[in-house]
Design a protein around this ligand. Structure first.
Ligand code: HEC
Ligand code: HEC
Length: 423
């Protein structure tokens, strides 16, 4: 055995957490037998199985066991030993986890189960009991992809993006606003979302690692030294596997730490209504023109109820990227049994309504146009100042923002205060 301890206990003192764990097992603090384990990610296992044409039951089982040991369970969450400091507040994590309760000082526990689990599921897979009827579906946090954020495409959201989302909700979807929760409960559940996402992404990567690197297939590798297996105290069978696993965790967690907001140049400020209207008109033309080409998806003046056959990335992973369409019922059936929801096409937004799922102040809209929306077909614009050559200028992006704001009667936001008063 190698001296690689894979986990540390969440919370102020390891002993107190162990005590909570024991009490939970004894049923003293409301143990719910049905929820003391996160379900293994069978669905991603199926996707790997399909792609690699191999059985994955053993890889799914062993990955889940390792992740369980590293990250704990829904009642007693842990963080791995190699987990970077400062990203997740351990006390917050514990407060958001576990069964719903509150203490004498009215501190709330079990926030995730009280407010989120019905849609997002215990493990954050997005297929909670209320998920199947929704459009869009609740987010599966385990893919590590988030839509409404201020960082560049492909990067993790900032903590503030998640906090904003929880306060606002995502209007036009069933994601509610939690503005009435105390700020510390919002902060705690944000830690828990980050935890579920990192835990889930680690599990997905471990499944692929087991198949691609360790030789898992229909059977486990012959030698125990090649298995994803610990001695129950966090020691892996070989130093190589131990360090590969901690590298996976470090990579997933660092991406959260490294996230930075996209810089937004100051908006042009228009001092006269006529000047602004001219900018809006240029934005409108660009919206319909060949470079930005927004109208190809959003329709004339953003007015389309476009019907597309396109999917978001969560659905694509289980369909088109495997070469499957909804008519391939036989091949889709095992994915459905593993938890996949019925594929639903994604709709470009009818912009004329002015209902934004993400933050909708001018600066956020600018960012959304240059970043696009992760996990969806909504592309980002290339900005000349950033690329050095191709694309639109930042002023042209601002004119598109002005056009969007004119659609829902908010164009005044781009006027100087004095001309606003006059108008
Ligand atoms: C009634 C169902 C419902 C409940 C309850 C709910 N959500 Fe959601 N949530 C959704 C839906 C639907 C989406 C997807 C919105 C979209 O794709 O545009 C979503 C998306 C999200 C996202 C992803 C946002 C992004 O930028 O991609 C996060 C994070 C999230 N929810 C966190 C939470 C948390 C935390 C709670 C509990 C405090 C919660 N949700 C409760 C339905 C729900
Ligand atoms: C390839 C198709 C496509 C193109 C081109 C496209 N969009 Fe989108 N857009 C989408 C889709 C799909 C969504 C919905 C994403 C989601 O699920 O939230 C969307 C959403 C949006 C939203 C809503 C954001 C929110 O917070 O709710 C805005 C604003 C928007 N697009 C503006 C634009 C503008 C401006 C352009 C041109 C620069 C453009 N789009 C080009 C497909 C497209």
């Amino acid at each position: 055995m190698i001296p690689f301890r894979a986990f540390r206990l969440a919370g102020a003192s390891a002993r107190s957490v162990r005590l909570v764990g024991i009490l939970a097992i004894l049923g003293i603090v409301g143990c719910d037998a049905a929820t003391d384990r996160f379900a293994a990610n069978e669905l991603h296992g199926r996707v790997v199985s399909f792609r690699e044409s191999t059985g994955v039951a053993a890889a799914v089982e062993d990955s889940a066991a390792v992740v369980g040991e590293l990250f704990g369970n829904p009642d007693v969450p842990l963080l791995p030993e190699s987990f970077p400091d400062g990203l997740i507040d351990l006390e917050n994590l514990q407060r958001a986890a576990g069964p719903v309760s509150s203490d004498r000082e009215d501190v709330h526990f079990g926030i995730y189960r009280a407010h989120c689990v019905v849609c997002h599921g215990l493990e954050g897979g997005g297929a909670g009991p209320a998920a199947a009827l929704q459009n869009p579906y609740p987010r599966d946090f385990r893919a590590g992809i988030f839509k409404f954020k201020s960082s560049p495409r492909g990067e993790k959201p900032l903590r503030a993006d998640l906090t904003d989302l929880l306060v606002r909700g995502a209007p036009g979807t069933s994601m509610p606003s939690f503005a009435r929760l105390p700020e510390e409960d919002i902060e705690a559940v944000v830690d828990y979302v980050i935890y579920l996402s990192i835990r889930g992404e680690t599990e997905r990567r471990l499944q692929r690692f087991a198949v691609a690197e360790l030789g898992y297939g229909d059977e486990r590798p012959d030698s125990t030294a090649d298995r994803l297996l610990t001695d129950g105290e966090g020691h892996f069978q070989s130093a190589e596997i131990g360090s590969a696993v901690s590298q996976i965790i470090t990579d997933v967690a660092s991406a959260w730490i490294d996230a930075r907001p996209v810089e937004v140049p100051a908006p042009p400020v228009y001092s006269a209504e006529a000047e602004l209207d001219a900018a809006i008109e240029r934005g409108r033309q660009r919206f319909h023109g060949p470079v930005a080409n927004c109208a190809s998806c959003h329709g004339k003046d953003g007015n389309a109820d476009a019907v597309t056959l396109d999917y978001d990335d969560w659905t694509k992973e289980q369909t088109t990227r495997l070469g499957l369409t909804p008519s391939d019922a036989d091949q889709i059936a095992p994915l459905r049994r593993a938890g996949a929801l019925r594929p639903r096409a994604i709709q470009p937004r009818r912009l004329a309504w002015g209902v934004y799922r993400g933050t909708a102040d001018p600066e956020s809209l600018y960012r959304r146009l240059v970043v696009g929306i992760d996990g969806t077909p909504m592309p980002g614009l290339l900005v000349q100042e950033a690329t050095g050559a191709t694309g639109v200028t930042s002023t042209e992006v601002w004119e598109l923002v002005a056009f969007l704001l004119s659609l829902d009667g908010r164009k005044d936001l781009l006027l100087t205060p004095s001309s606003r008063q006059e108008g």
